[in-house]
Ligand binder design. Structure first.
Ligand code: HEC
Length: 135
């Protein structure tokens, strides 16, 4: 009886430790200083990019790029130009991404996304990254 108790406590703590490990990358998600409650004033020249970003990307990356339960924050050092240059954004939108940095799973190609959409949304994302001090 005593033995059984010890085993189940141990497996419980292993389960807890494991789930903490799995949740770790997700826990640091809120990387943007902006949120739905605290939106930045978007300069006019990025307004169209924001609109397209919201239509195609924010479902997973968050309205202000700070991530959701379905995708990582783009307001993160991983995604600054020196680490994920502009081609990574075209590739992601048009071809999808094999999960490698996080535990959200693969990013599927975004239905209906075109190069022109990325031409327009990318300057908005880069502006938002600069606003957040990412680079
Ligand atoms: C269905 C959810 C989803 C949507 C919609 C989505 N993404 Fe992603 N995206 C992800 C996930 C998940 C990853 C993380 C993959 C990983 O683990 O590295 C990711 C990663 C990325 C990356 C990193 C690419 C790399 O090479 O590591 C970029 C850039 C990106 N997304 C841009 C976009 C853009 C731009 C859009 C809109 C056109 C978009 N995403 C829409 C889920 C999504």
């Amino acid at each position: 009886m005593n033995f059984h108790f010890m085993v189940s406590t141990k497996s419980l703590s292993i389960t807890v430790a494991l789930s903490m490990l799995l949740l770790m990358p997700v826990a640091g998600v809120a990387a943007s200083k902006y949120s739905v409650d605290n939106p930045p004033k978007v300069p006019f020249k990025y307004a169209q990019g924001k609109k397209i970003f919201n239509n195609l990307c924010s479902k997973c990356h968050g309205e202000w790029g700070n991530g959701t339960t379905q995708g990582p924050p783009l307001m993160h050092g991983f995604y600054k130009p020196s680490h994920h240059g502009d081609p990574a954004f075209y590739r992601a939108a048009l071809k999808g991404v094999q999960a490698h940095h996080w535990r959200f799973g693969n990013m599927p190609p975004v239905p209906g996304a075109t190069r022109k959409d990325v031409d327009t949304l990318l300057p908005f994302v880069r502006w938002l990254q600069r606003e957040n001090g990412i680079y």
